[in-house]
Design a protein around this ligand. Structure first.
Ligand code: E4P
Length: 229
């Protein structure tokens, strides 16, 4: 499973890119607004930090405007992925952009039917929003299951399922069990994926026992290297 980070916060992106775990980044107009920067600069900086796909969302609601904005955004860096909403205008823009060879992420997907349409217009990624479905009392993970099932019936579909609106490590694990291609996670969820109390407890015990031996791996290596001279 690929991991994208769902933020436009440059400090967070820099820190988490250092882990070597990031395959890409997703942003949306709300995340750009939260970053306080202007979109062209923010996307350029993100693309310089993370070499994988970086989603930048258009804000026009008509196809022509979406395509004009997409041209500006795609010129920022080769790894920009144009994000379009799952509307008739967005799907139309997706088809044009894909025909031009531009990567497209179709966002705001809340049904299997919508995911089918995105695949039909050749989307590079479809973004079903699991958390927002849970928020209204539905089951977002069931939607991922449905999309994985449908896409697997058609080997010609190349659209990757990018699980979005993730709220917890459980969402990531459930989506991974189903074989979803990508999870875009907020920074706090990525950090939660590392954490387990037994890891911390086990490490503290190992290090405590080690300290009592007075040994040092590096000192021992130095001593041996000197003896061999
Ligand atoms: C994905 O690309 C979206 O930007 C994001 O996952 C939305 O998440 P939210 O529902 O937490 O705002």
């Amino acid at each position: 499973m690929k991991f994208f980070i769902d933020t436009a916060d440059l400090d967070e992106i820099r820190e988490l890119a250092d882990t070597g775990l990031l395959d890409g980044v997703t942003t949306n107009p709300s995340l750009i607004a939260k970053s306080g920067g202007n979109i062209l600069d923010v996307i350029a900086e993100i693309c310089a930090i993370v070499p994988g796909p970086v989603s930048a969302e258009v804000t026009g609601t008509e196809t022509d405007m979406m395509l004009a904005e997409a041209e500006v955004l795609a010129a920022i860096a080769p790894n920009v992925t144009i994000k379009v909403p799952l509307t008739p205008a967005g799907l139309k823009a997706c088809k044009v952009l894909r025909d031009q060879g531009t990567m497209v992420n179709v966002t705001l997907c809340f049904s299997a039917a919508q995911a089918l349409l995105a695949a039909k217009v050749g989307a590079s990624f479809i973004s079903p929003f699991v958390g927002r479905i849970d928020d209204i009392g539905g089951n977002g993970i069931d939607l991922i299951d449905e999309i994985v099932d449908i896409y697997s019936q058609y080997p010609a579909i190349e659209t990757e399922i990018l699980v979005a609106s993730i709220r917890s490590p459980g969402h990531v694990i459930e989506a991974a069990k189903m074989g979803a291609h990508v999870a875009t996670v907020p920074p706090n969820v990525l950090r939660q994926l590392f954490a387990h109390p037994l890891t911390d407890k086990g490490l503290a015990a190992f290090l405590g026992d080690w300290e009592k031996t007075g040994q040092s791996i590096l000192e021992q290596a130095k001593t041996r290297a000197k003896a061999a001279e």
